[in-house]
Design a protein around this ligand. Structure first.
Ligand code: 4NP
Length: 156
């Protein structure tokens, strides 16, 4: 049974949160903690429910040898009770999560970028970009943050 549960959130669940989810799964595997964690991602909005990630997100994950087969879903009320940690990518995600959290929600709502040792707090939305550099940046930020978060959890 997974003893810890983490959910990665962004606006559409097709760009940033799938990358962060795939990176976190990879870091958990590398540190042999796979059986300890349940990991998923979801959207604030419903626009892309059921869809694969954006092709630039998939290309970024492929480039870094990260497998990904999940489809977009929207966050549900029960997620706030089920997950221990819910990570947002920017301030708007955090505000949306806090406003949707039910009274009996127990998850810690955290900004993923707050774990960045380089202090780059915001994982910017690259959806409307022309190219894929924003996706690569999301990947690099996610690696730094996921590693640091895992180290921090291991110490507590
Ligand atoms: P994401 O990017 O939140 O990183 O998945 C977005 C994807 C789609 C939209 C906005 C952001 N959209 O407005 O459809």
């Amino acid at each position: 049974m997974a003893s810890k549960k983490a959910l990665f959130i962004c606006l559409g669940n097709i760009c940033r949160s799938p990358i962060a989810e795939a990176v976190f799964i990879d870091e958990v595997k590398k540190s042999n903690q796979e059986s300890n964690w349940e990991i998923d991602s979801a959207a604030i909005g419903s626009w892309h429910v059921g869809k694969d990630p954006d092709r630039r997100a998939l290309a970024t994950m492929k480039k870094h040898n990260l497998a990904y087969n999940n489809k977009a879903r929207q966050i549900q009320k029960d997620d706030f009770k089920h997950y221990d940690y819910i990570f947002g990518m920017d301030e708007q995600n955090i505000a949306d999560l806090k406003s949707r959290c039910p009274k009996d929600g127990t998850a810690k709502i955290l900004m993923l970028g707050d774990f960045d040792p380089e202090g780059d707090r915001i994982i910017r939305d690259p959806y409307y970009d022309d190219g894929s550099e924003g996706f690569e940046k999301c990947y690099v930020q996610s690696v730094r943050c996921c590693k640091a978060f895992l180290e921090q959890v291991a110490q507590n």
